[in-house]
Design a protein around this ligand. Structure first.
Ligand code: F3S
Length: 243
């Protein structure tokens, strides 16, 4: 028999923060997301949680389960033992129960201009050609699903609300390394700041929790090296050649 101990809080409805315990039916292969749905449908229709794709693609069901940030849809109940504690992502404002306000997370993401700024007009075919070799340079970096697990696990993001965060920095590297992008210098200037790559203390939590097995810590280290090069070049007045 397994139990879910779920964090409950409704700032608008006068419900103080507390944990509520629910017994789950024995069901082989049940995921935490399925368990939350079971509770919603059979025990407590007021329970709030977020989800969408149910197959580890959209990233919206990231929560804190038994001390680790995970996707609820990708985590099975059985291996977690008899009592499983589920909390919302940390250092993001709680809207209700397991639902947090992702605005601070996406505000940081927006700062790195997470879209291609082409170096030239598209050719007649209207496609920006990229060789297989160049595409390999952004392999894995394009796989981030923006679930927020890395951000929730990073103590630096907790202490510095202006820190860009591992998600934004990993995506920044994705565009810096994209052969079709023409804004490398601008992007390095965005991240080579005290709230950018130089704020990261290489704590590795972000790498440990990523449900897609990406390496934000490694991406930030790479971006740090490029940023140092950029800083040196800009000091001597030839930043335009940064890349
Ligand atoms: Fe935070 Fe990851 Fe750096 S946990 S401090 S962004 S290595």
């Amino acid at each position: 028999m397994a139990y879910l101990k779920i964090f409950r809080y409704d700032p608008s409805g006068g419900v103080e923060p507390h944990f509520q315990r629910y017994e789950l039916p024995p069901e082989k292969g049940m995921t935490i997301l399925e368990a939350l749905f079971w509770i919603l449908e059979n025990e407590d229709s007021s329970l709030a949680f977020r989800c969408s794709c149910r197959e580890a693609v959209c990233g919206s069901c990231a929560v804190h389960i038994n001390g680790e940030y995970r996707l609820a849809c990708k985590t099975q109940v059985d291996p977690l033992g008899e009592e499983i504690t589920v909390r919302p992502l940390t250092h993001l404002p709680i809207l209700k129960d397991l639902v947090v306000d992702m605005k601070p997370f996406f505000d940081q993401y927006e700062k790195i201009k997470p879209y291609l700024i082409p170096r030239e007009e598209p050719p007649e075919s209207k496609e920006h050609y990229q060789s297989v070799k160049d595409r390999k340079k952004i392999d894995s970096l394009v796989d981030c699903i923006l679930c927020g697990a890395c951000y929730g696990s990073c103590p630096v993001a907790m202490g510095d609300p202006d820190y860009l965060g591992p998600h934004a920095l990993l995506k920044a590297l994705r565009f810096v390394q994209d052969s079709r992008d023409g804004a490398k210098t601008e992007r390095l200037a965005m991240v080579a700041t005290e709230h950018g790559v130089f704020r990261c203390h290489t704590i590795f939590n972000c790498q440990k929790v990523c449900p897609k097995d990406l390496d934000p810590t490694g991406a930030i280290a790479k971006l740090k090296m490029k940023s140092v090069g950029f800083k040196i070049k800009s000091m001597f007045g030839f930043a335009r050649s940064a890349g």
